[in-house]
Design a binder for this molecule. Structure first.
Ligand code: HEM
Length: 124
């Protein structure tokens, strides 16, 4: 589980840095919010989840751990696509708002499930 999270995180880092370089080169910082969320929810949070698995959760591939991985990734992808469309002015805010709301709750659920994984691991 740790390597899956790290690989996913590094993919977001490459994507987010490419967008950061594009913003800097074009002198158009319109995608700052998209870039910041790719880097923080995509890269930093995925990487930290990978470290949690490596350091404390014994790298379990339980059903809950697998579900938590996909829940975080699906939520993060939803936020990235939603923010890209919104800040690139490709879509109306009221159209993309439900996607962003649902994706935010999905990422939040992933964080709650990481807490559950920790509590479970402390019981054994
Ligand atoms: C290739 C590397 C990177 C480049 C070229 C880059 C570029 C940029 C640019 C041009 C901005 C907009 C600044 C502004 O308009 O005020 C920005 C903002 C931001 N970047 Fe990056 N960035 C890079 C790496 C990172 C990394 C590694 C992180 C975090 C893990 C990060 C997090 C952020 C955040 C949170 C903001 C928003 C800052 C604010 O609200 O003022 N960036 N970046």
């Amino acid at each position: 589980m740790d390597k899956k999270f790290v690989v996913a995180g590094l993919c977001y880092a490459i994507l987010g840095m490419a967008l950061g370089i594009f913003m800097a080169a074009s002198k158009d910082h319109g995608h700052m919010v998209t870039h910041a969320h790719i880097m923080l929810i995509g890269f930093v949070v995925s990487f930290i989840y990978g470290l949690c698995h490596k350091l404390w959760l014994n790298n379990t591939t339980s059903k809950l751990a697998t579900a938590q991985f996909f829940i975080h990734q699906i939520g993060a992808i939803g936020i990235v696509i939603g923010l890209f469309l919104l800040y690139g002015r490709h879509i109306a805010e009221e159209t993309i708002d439900p996607v962003l709301a649902l994706s935010s709750i999905t990422v939040f659920t992933g964080m709650v499930l990481m807490m559950v994984l920790f509590i479970k691991s402390m019981r054994h």
